[in-house]
Ligand binder design. Structure first.
Ligand SMILES: *[C@@H]1O[C@H](CO)[C@@H](O)[C@H](O)[C@H]1NC(C)=O
Ligand SMILES: *[C@@H]1O[C@H](CO)[C@@H](O)[C@H](O)[C@H]1NC(C)=O
Ligand SMILES: *[C@@H]1O[C@H](CO)[C@@H](O)[C@H](O)[C@H]1NC(C)=O
Ligand SMILES: *[C@@H]1O[C@H](CO)[C@@H](O)[C@H](O)[C@H]1NC(C)=O
Ligand SMILES: *[C@@H]1O[C@H](CO)[C@@H](O)[C@H](O)[C@H]1NC(C)=O
Ligand SMILES: *[C@@H]1O[C@H](CO)[C@@H](O)[C@H](O)[C@H]1NC(C)=O
Ligand SMILES: *[C@@H]1O[C@H](CO)[C@@H](O)[C@H](O)[C@H]1NC(C)=O
Ligand SMILES: *[C@@H]1O[C@H](CO)[C@@H](O)[C@H](O)[C@H]1NC(C)=O
Ligand SMILES: *[C@@H]1O[C@H](CO)[C@@H](O)[C@H](O)[C@H]1NC(C)=O
Ligand SMILES: CC(=O)N[C@H]1CO[C@H](CO)[C@@H](O)[C@@H]1O
Ligand SMILES: [Zn+2]
Length: 611
């Protein structure tokens, strides 16, 4: 069963009001190309790589401007912490600070991934906060090893430790690691030996397979001779299997070896990066500050209206009951849809300005950032977020059904996840709460402008809301009730329902683990399209001029596709697949799309339809 909060995020991309087509591309073959054309070339000099990034970049610029301003009298405690974090991040960093934070971390009782994350970020002088969790330390090492940056490799010692050096370093450790010196020495020397065993005199390798340089700020041994990428993966594996305590102590010893003089050299983190981290670590204070200066909440009625329409469309689908579900399952699904809520902003809603400040104050009352200790602040921030994450999960399990709906009310401060939900311009659906959250940073130009033509809103935001709504009814989400409690009765019925299983098999064969996202994309596009174009009682605001209908339909699809434009059109995202395929898969079997662009009937394969 799923007791963890399940998060389904949608990455949003570009929306451009003006349709700029790519003349060579065939919309029926590669609609991404038609809509995005030469996006990466025309945005080559920008600081963002996709439209999603652009929204976040703009938001963080605003935040940085606000944080660069003088502080005012009587600012809430949480805002001072935000300023302190940002200020410390902007100051020059030194090797000495790295050693201090490592000393601080090493003496801790229980060194978890948050501590390792801070230690690696500091030791490797990373600009971005390293994203470390229980399952991806291997990837982190691989990334650290293939990371490219200009530096002077002479500033570290890359030879294995001699016993003599080890003895000396051991004596200066802030804490003696368990269990004992000889054990540690054996583990350390075996690791170093393994690393040094790579690298070969061989010149038989294809030069494309060779790692040509030492990773930046590498403080461990590095093999002589030629290393292939395969060797690098194995080295990452040896590091990955070491305990966090071992790694932090080891890195600390190796850094102490660095030649004299190097430690005075300092480095900086960029302004936009500091703003981004401030937003990740202190999400609510950052959202509060930006919202106070650039209010977006007045957009709520527009979004709630569209959301209501999408729900109504999806309700019609459920009522059609293609799967011939039993009455109780129908009741379950319709009840869930009816009670699904949309909330704007990660901040408390429906509360007075003072009570909002009080809630945020309460959440951050134990957080005390130091305006000159960036690494220490990172640790405080991650530790704080960890304690709230655990609390949120615990209470979801312990209190169960009755308390959840009343406990998480419209006005609660929703706990965000560093580098996860709530810290980017990305909408998300929380199964446990049957709630869809749209961060206000999504409602910014050029994605969204107050009073823009509704075709732009439906094709972009409508799609996003439809996508997230659909996650409530994908094969995993649908077994959770409107209160976020899993239903084994619905689970059993789904297992036995022949039509549903057939359609699910179709999705699984075609998309594998991406099936939930592909379903949500196709369903979201269909919902948004029908909400905008199909005639119904709810339809009172659209211009139905017949001669423009085809053009309007084309514009709708262009606008939908353009928010996926990116520099990384072919990069495989974990669940969504590449941006290009995301667009092309969503439209491939959608009849109204094929009609609008005169594509002829769908190719061989039909669409997989759960409902
Ligand atoms: C994309 O733009 C670049 C620079 O503007 C140009 O050199 C390139 O030919 C363009 N590619 C296509 C496919 O239009
Ligand atoms: C940990 O990282 C992996 C790979 O990036 C990701 O799939 C997984 O969802 C993450 N887990 C948590 C709990 O964040
Ligand atoms: C590093 O050291 C080598 C040999 O001692 C020297 O040839 C090289 O120029 C140095 N590199 C830098 C960037 O100082
Ligand atoms: C390094 O990788 C190459 C192939 O990429 C492999 O032939 C060689 O055995 C590896 N070296 C070691 C020490 O495993
Ligand atoms: C590495 O391989 C190249 C050819 O790919 C060869 O010229 C060179 O001598 C090798 N270097 C070492 C240190 O073995
Ligand atoms: C739907 O299911 C009911 C039993 O739940 C069955 O009697 C009925 O024949 C089914 N209808 C179709 C069209 O499969
Ligand atoms: C803040 O950090 C600096 C540098 O690490 C330290 O000297 C100072 O004592 C810290 N201040 C507080 C209040 O902890
Ligand atoms: C980490 O959080 C706990 C509360 O969950 C707190 O007691 C502890 O002092 C925190 N440690 C640091 C280093 O902030
Ligand atoms: C509908 O659009 C047409 C063409 O753009 C325009 O001439 C007409 O006035 C519009 N009608 C309404 C009711 O907005
Ligand atoms: C402070 C505030 O605005 N409270 C309102 C919250 O919403 C309920 C109804 O949904 C109102 O009755 C309260 O006045
Ligand atoms: Zn999704």
């Amino acid at each position: 069963m799923h007791f963890k909060l399940r998060l389904l995020e949608l990455i949003v991309g570009l929306l451009v009001v003006q349709v700029k087509s790519h003349p060579q591309a065939d919309p029926c073959q590669n609609f991404y190309k038609v809509a995005c054309g030469n996006w990466s070339a025309s945005h080559a000099t920008d600081s963002y790589e996709s439209f999603m990034d652009r929204l976040d970049y703009n938001y963080q610029e605003k935040l940085a401007d606000l944080l660069d301003n003088e502080r005012e009298d009587d600012e809430p405690h949480f805002l001072q912490q935000l300023r302190n974090f940002y200020t410390a991040c902007r100051k020059p960093l030194s090797q000495d600070q790295v050693l201090r934070i490592l000393e601080h971390l090493i003496v801790m009782e229980n060194i978890q991934n948050e501590e390792l994350s801070v230690g690696l970020t500091a030791a490797f002088r990373l600009q971005v906060l390293i994203d470390l969790n229980d399952s991806n330390t291997y990837d982190i090492w691989k990334q650290l090893m293939s990371h490219r940056k200009h530096w002077d490799p002479n500033t570290t010692n890359r030879e294995p430790l001699t016993r003599e050096m080890f003895d000396k370093l051991w004596a200066s450790l802030p804490k003696i690691p368990f269990p004992f010196k000889e054990y540690y020495w054996r583990e350390l020397s075996e690791l170093e030996e393994k690393i040094m065993s790579y690298g070969s005199e061989d010149d038989g390798f294809d030069s494309g397979d060779l790692v040509t340089r030492i990773p930046p700020f590498w403080m461990m041994p590095w093999p002589n001779g030629n290393i292939t990428y395969e060797n690098l993966s194995q080295m990452a594996h040896w590091l990955d299997i070491k305990a966090n305590e071992f790694i932090l102590t080891y890195i600390y010893m190796r850094l102490k070896l660095v030649a004299e003089g190097v430690s005075t050299e300092s480095w900086h983190i960029d302004r936009d990066q500091c703003a981004e981290q401030s937003r990740q670590i202190l999400s609510h204070p950052a959202a509060w500050l930006v919202e106070k200066n650039h209010p977006r909440l007045k957009e709520e009625p527009v979004l709630q209206d569209i959301f209501a329409e999408l729900k109504q469309r999806f309700g019609q689908k459920l009522l059609a009951n293609r799967n011939n579900f039993t009455r109780s399952t129908q009741h379950f699904l319709l009840g869930k849809l009816k009670r699904m809520r949309l909330r704007l902003s990660i901040l408390p809603r429906n509360s007075s300005a003072q009570s909002m400040v009080r809630r945020i104050e309460r959440h951050y009352r134990d957080v005390h950032m130091n305006a000159s200790d960036y690494f220490g602040n990172l640790h405080i921030g991650l530790n704080h977020s960890r304690s709230h994450k655990k609390y949120a999960q615990l209470w979801a399990i312990v209190f169960g059904r009755q308390l959840i709906p009343s406990r998480i009310s419209k006005s609660d401060l929703y706990p965000t996840q560093v580098r996860g939900y709530g810290t980017y311009a990305s909408a998300f659906y929380i199964v446990k709460q049957n709630m869809l959250i749209v961060p206000l940073s999504l409602l910014e130009p050029p994605f969204y402008t107050h009073g823009q033509p509704s075709i732009l809103t439906y094709s972009a935001l409508g799609f996003i809301l439809g996508h997230e709504l659909s996650h409530g009814f994908d094969s995993e989400g649908m077994t959770f009730s409107s209160h976020g409690v899993g239903s084994s009765a619905v689970d059993r019925e789904l297992d036995r329902n022949p039509r549903f299983q057939q359609e699910l098999g179709c999705l699984r064969r075609r998309f594998g683990r991406k099936r939930y996202e592909k379903f949500a994309d196709a369903s979201g596009l269909e919902l948004a399209y029908s909400a905008y174009f199909d005639t119904a009682q709810t339809d009172h605001k659209r211009n139905r001029s017949a001669e423009e209908l085809v053009t309007q339909k084309q514009q709708f699809f262009h606008n939908f596709a353009q928010f996926f434009c990116s520099d990384k059109e072919l990069l495989q995202a974990h669940d969504h697949g590449s941006d290009r395929k995301r667009v092309n898969d969503a439209v491939a079997h959608f009849e109204p799309f094929r009609e609008a662009f005169s594509c002829g009937p769908s190719p061989r394969r039909r669409q997989c339809r759960l409902y």
